[in-house]
Design a protein around this ligand. Structure first.
Ligand code: 6PG
Length: 246
C-alpha cells in the first residue's frame, strides 16, 4: 500500500497526553511484532513527541520495548551544539535515551559540527550503512516509523516553506535555512520519509486545527502536504487539532 496526507487514516484522541500515550503503545506493539530485523524509527522534535519519549521511558513501556533491536534516527535537527536547549537530540536524551537500555551504537544523532551540507552527507552515509544499500528499494522501507510534527506554517520535520530542500529529489538528507524560524537545520527529505512502513503525524492543540485542515485537503503551499509513504500514513490528532470542540 502507499498513502499520503489526504487519504491517511485519522485517529483522534482526547488531548495531547492521550495522543502521546496512544503513540507509545503503537510504537511498542509494532517494535515487538518486528522480529526479522532492526526496528528503525525517525524521531521528531516538538512538544507532543517529548511527552511520548517520557512515556516510553516509564517502567511499563521501557520494560517491554526491544531496545536492543531498535535503530533511532532523527527526522530533523537544528544546527546548534548538542548542549543547546533547542537541540532535538538533547531533548530526546533527557526525556528518553538516558533512562533506557538502548545500545549507544543504535542511536544516530544528526551531526551539528562543521559545514551543514557536509553534515547532511555524513548523516546520509550513516542511514545508508544501516539500510545496507546506497539506493532505496521499493518494498524495502528505510524506516519502520517516521514521527512527524506539524508547524502552524505548514512545515514538518525541517521542510520549511519556500526553501530549496523542498525541491530535493535525490538526497536523503538536506539542509534548510527557514525564512520564518531560527537556525539552519538538517532534515530528512521527502524521498527518505517516503521510504517507510508508517508515517505518523503527531499534532495537538487548537492552534493547529487550521493547518491540519489545509494539509489534509492537500493544499500545495503547505510543505507537509507533499509527505507520502510507501506504507501507511496516520494522523494522530487530539480533539482540538482535529477541529472538534476547539
Ligand atoms: C522540531 C520538529 C518540528 C515540529 C513542529 C511542531 O524539531 O521542532 O521537528 O517539525 O514537529 O514545529 O512542533 P510542536 O509539536 O511542538 O508544535
Amino acid at each position: 500500500m502507499s498513502s499520503d496526507v489526504k487519504n491517511g487514516r485519522v485517529e483522534t484522541c482526547k488531548d495531547s497526553e492521550a495522543v502521546a500515550q496512544h503513540v507509545a503503545d503503537f510504537l511498542t506493539e509494532k517494535a515487538l511484532a518486528k522480529t526479522d530485523g532492526p526496528f528503525v524509527i525517525a524521531l521528531s522534535g516538538g512538544s507532543t513527541p517529548k511527552r511520548l519519549y517520557e512515556i516510553l521511558a516509564d517502567s511499563k513501556h521501557a520494560a517491554r520495548f526491544p531496545w536492543d533491536r531498535v535503530q533511532l534516527f532523527f527526522g530533523d535537527e537544528r544546527f546548534v551544539p548538542v548542549d543547546d536547549e533547542s537541540n532535538n537530540y538533547r531533548m530526546t536524551n533527557l526525556a528518553l535515551l538516558s533512562h533506557v537500555d538502548v545500545p549507544p551504537a543504535n542511536v544516530h544523532r544528526m551531526p551539528t559540527d562543521g559545514d551543514p551540507a557536509d553534515a547532511a552527507r555524513r548523516y546520509e552515509r550513516e542511514l545508508k550503512t544501516v539500510y545496507g544499500a546506497d539506493a532505496l528499494e521499493p518494498g524495502r522501507p528505510l524506516f519502520d516509523v517516521v514521527l512527524l510534527g506539524l508547524g502552524e506554517n505548514g512545515h514538518t520535520a525541517s521542510l520549511f516553506p519556500d526553501t530549496d530542500v523542498l525541491k530535493e529529489t535525490e538526497a536523503w538528507v538536506g539542509t534548510c535555512v527557514p525564512h520564518d524560524a531560527p537556525h539552519t537545520r538538517l532534515t530528512l527529505t521527502y524521498k527518505a520519509i517516503a521510504s517507510s512502513r508508517y508515517v505518523l503525524f503527531l499534532v495537538a492543540g487548537a492552534s493547529k486545527a487550521e493547518v491540519v485542515k489545509l494539509v489534509r485537503a492537500g493544499d500545495e503551499k503547505q510543505p507537509a502536504s507533499h509527505i507520502t509513504t510507501e506504507g501507511e500514513l496516520v494522523w494522530m490528532l487530539d480533539e482540538k487539532a482535529a477541529g472538534h470542540g476547539g
